[in-house]
Design a protein around this ligand. Structure first.
Ligand SMILES: *Cc1c(COP(=O)(O)O)cnc(C)c1O
Length: 465
């Protein structure tokens, strides 16, 4: 491969579920849909969601673990996924008043809901207590407020305690969330021995990042705490290991490796840029050297979803001399998890219409899309999957040569790139053509969407496979 060539395409081929390939093969239907719903439109399908749930369940079944799966609905705003989780016999993790209220109003059983919101107002706690939804406590002020609310309402509530500051390889894992194990021990003792309306039932954590080993270490430390509580005759019913289960978005590892290799070369000026204005996606160049790593989601990985879960369960606990799954089983714990992104893997795409073509001051081709970058955005520095170009008219042009360019959006900022990567178009983009972004249901389409310039939010539709 001539990696130095200007025209060679650094592909990042996305994995596509068959509902997506089916939909994309019908250009007319897709064009009609966007004409009816406006651009961009988020198209969803529930089938992959149920398939993903099933994959987790089969692992939990294999290890014979009592369990509950709480879909973390903050990863996508559509109520349909929360409803589907409930319809499949599972649960929903809610992170705000409206998320919880919607779930209650639609008839999801309160005992299949949990409240983990980072900010818990009196209103949301009142709603949870009145409906007997388990509350995950993160700090003392929350605890005090919840005590007030339950006393006022004369209604008991079940609480789980969120833990943070676990140790991994001798170092403390930083977190803004949760109690230390020591604080939690004292708090649980206090709850247990008082006549408060709070009932302690389990421990909870949600770790940043995607480390199997860190999660196994956290579980081990939770079990230590559970043992200490047992000595005080305080039983623990459940252990919630949160979310953060990896998703693999890409077909080929080699493409992923090539991309980073070429990004580094481009950043050092050793090849033409592959990102807009040679953006290094979070790496820093100082005096001819590159520092740091690109701050992007690991879009390619080989331990996603159920394999990630199984990886945690199979990790040996050195302290207890047995694998994590055996530890959980022996403690007779209900294992809870809160996957968001991973349950939404393959469950949605975003489609936008091309509004204009132009060249920027450096001569780069820009395709203007009727969307803005908050409609395809996560904390990752770029969404590293090739978009799919759907021409409005097949063979509209005799000029079918591929070309390269960038996708820009509707916010009036120089930085308003939909993707930072340079994109290859199989044929020159025409006005009214569609650009499809695959696998956007988890965070990408909703988490950061805003209405600046008074642009309306994108419509959300559901299709059958
Ligand atoms: C965000 C969040 C999740 C879901 O994380 P994913 O990475 O989407 O799986 C689960 N639990 C808590 C407490 C969260 O904040």
């Amino acid at each position: 491969m001539n990696t130095g060539s200007n025209t060679e395409h650094i592909a990042l081929s996305p994995i596509l579920h068959h509902w997506v390939t089916g939909l994309l093969s019908n250009h007319t239907a897709l064009l009609d849909l966007i004409n009816n719903e406006g651009s961009p439109v988020n198209i969803h399908c529930l089938q992959p969601f149920t398939e993903n749930l099933e994959k987790y369940r089969s692992v939990l079944k294999k290890y014979d673990l009592r369990h509950r799966i709480y879909f973390a609905r903050k990863a996508n705003k559509c109520l349909e996924f929360a409803q589907q989780s409930f319809a499949s016999g599972e649960c929903v993790d809610t992170a705000s008043y409206n998320e919880l209220k919607q779930c209650l109003d639609t008839g999801i059983e309160p005992r299949q809901l949990i409240l983990t919101a980072a900010i818990k107002t009196r209103d949301v706690l009142t709603l949870a207590v009145k409906n007997k939804v388990t509350v995950v406590l993160d700090n003392d002020d929350e605890f005090e407020l919840l005590k007030e609310v339950t006393t006022e309402l004369q209604t008991p509530v079940t609480v789980n305690i969120r833990l943070g500051g676990f140790y991994f390889k001798g170092k403390k894992l930083h977190s803004r969330f949760g109690f230390s194990l020591k604080q939690a021990f004292a708090l649980i003792l206090k709850i247990h021995h008082s006549d408060m309306e709070l009932n302690y039932s389990g421990l909870h954590f949600h770790l940043n990042g995607y480390s199997v080993a860190e999660r196994a270490a956290a579980i081990e430390q939770c079990v230590e705490l559970i043992d200490q509580l047992k000595e005080k005759n305080i039983p623990t019913h459940s252990l919630d290991i949160g979310g953060g289960f990896l998703v693999n978005y890409l077909e080929e590892k080699s493409q992923w490796q090539t991309f980073f290799h070429e990004l580094k070369r481009a950043s050092l000026g050793k090849r033409p840029p592959i990102t807009y204005r040679n953006d290094a996606l979070g790496m820093v160049k100082i005096g001819g050297e590159l520092y740091g790593e690109p701050s992007v989601y690991p879009y390619y990985n080989n331990i996603s979803k159920e394999k990630f879960l199984e990886g945690i369960l199979q990790t040996p606990s050195e302290k207890y001399g047995k694998p994590i799954y055996a530890l959980i089983k022996e403690q007779n714990l209900e294992l809870r998890m809160e996957p968001g992104r991973s349950l939404l893997d393959q469950a949605g795409i975003t489609v936008a219409r091309v509004a204009f073509r132009k060249k920027d001051s450096e001569g780069n081709l820009l395709a203007g899309l009727e969307m803005n970058r908050t409609q395809l955005r996560s904390s990752s520095a770029d969404f590293l999957l090739d978009p799919i170009h759907i021409p409005r008219q097949e063979n509209a042009h005799t000029d079918r040569e591929s070309c390269y360019g960038f996708l820009v959006g509707g916010y009036c900022l120089e930085q308003e790139l939909i993707l930072k990567r340079k994109i290859r178009f199989d044929q020159f983009p025409e006005i009214g053509d569609l650009i499809v972004f695959p696998n956007t249901a988890g965070y990408m389409m909703h988490f950061f969407e805003s209405e600046a310039h008074l642009f309306p939010l994108a419509k959300n539709v559901f299709v059958q496979p």
